[in-house]
Design a protein around this ligand. Structure first.
Ligand code: 9D3
Length: 256
């Protein structure tokens, strides 16, 4: 990664309507704009960003807070710990991207779980707007009023939506044409066929007394394919009974 990472655009609304031919665009609404591009400025995502294959527009939610203290949050009605992002402030932030194409997603621990199927759908959109929560969350009324989709990235507690937004953008980017180094490799991976990956090995053929599985040195590609498939299935069955059950069901439904 070279030093000159493209600076995120601080004018996410833009002064004119988005045109066809614009690159896929992620718009991020956050009270921590300095967290972006973060890891998205490195590696393949960063190279693609520099090449203009995708765009990142970051809005500091605090910029739309009009009162003198630029406050974005307040105490929850009904009591309880923490603070809640105000509906008027979040609405003003979302209004700056009203003309932007694609869905609006609120990253939240109580959202529906993100999966590869939804990532694939999002990659087919012209872009998306990601609202990052902090504190205890966002006032529910603005989410209802604007029909915001709520997504979680997993059953563990983050300190806010920013890391989740980076995860979601990363997952979409590798499906965009031209962003991955190797066009062919995405989609072929076993996870996208519903299985965990088979194990990988490289030189040396023996390391600390541990040999590489002999079949991989055999040059018999059909046999290697069968071995890898069996490994992927065994690992999925053992570690992810949820994925395994769906895989078996899908296989059954494809039978004549
Ligand atoms: C009283 C319980 N709250 C704090 C422990 C609930 C809570 C509030 C805010 C839990 C997490 C968060 C911040 N998390 C996110 O904004 C978040 C998230 C996550 O925590 N896990 C998985 N996906 C996501 S997407 C956004």
């Amino acid at each position: 990664m070279c030093a000159a990472a493209a600076a995120p655009d601080r004018d996410p609304g833009g002064s004119q309507a988005d045109r066809a031919g614009d690159p896929w665009t992620a718009r991020v609404l956050t009270i921590f704009p300095e967290m972006f591009p973060g890891p998205l400025g490195a590696s393949l995502a960063g190279k693609a960003l520099e090449k203009g294959l995708w765009r990142l527009q970051v809005l500091d939610i605090r910029d739309v807070a009009r009162d003198k203290h630029r406050s974005v949050d307040d105490a929850p009605f009904g009591g309880g710990p923490g603070m809640v992002l105000r509906p008027d402030v979040v609405d003003a932030a979302l209004a700056t991207v009203d003309a932007a194409p694609g869905p609006v997603i609120y990253l939240s621990a109580r959202g529906r779980l993100l999966d590869q199927a939804r990532v694939g759908e999002l990659a087919a959109e012209p872009g998306l707007t990601l609202l990052c929560g902090r504190y205890e969350g966002v006032d529910q009324r603005v989410l209802d009023a604007r029909r915001v989709e709520e997504l979680s990235i997993g059953d563990y507690v983050l300190s806010g939506g920013e890391a989740a937004a980076i995860v979601l953008i990363d997952a979409v980017l590798r499906l965009l044409p031209g962003v991955m180094g190797n066009e062919a490799s995405s989609g072929e991976e076993s996870f996208e066929r519903g299985l965990l990956e088979y194990p990988h090995y490289t030189r040396p053929a023996e390391w600390q007394g541990r040999p590489v599985p002999e079949v991989l040195l055999s040059g018999h590609h059909a046999e290697i394919g069968r071995w890898r498939r069996a490994q992927a299935e065994a690992t999925t069955k053992q570690r992810r009974p949820d994925l395994w059950a769906r895989y078996c069901k899908d296989a059954k439904e494809q039978e004549p």
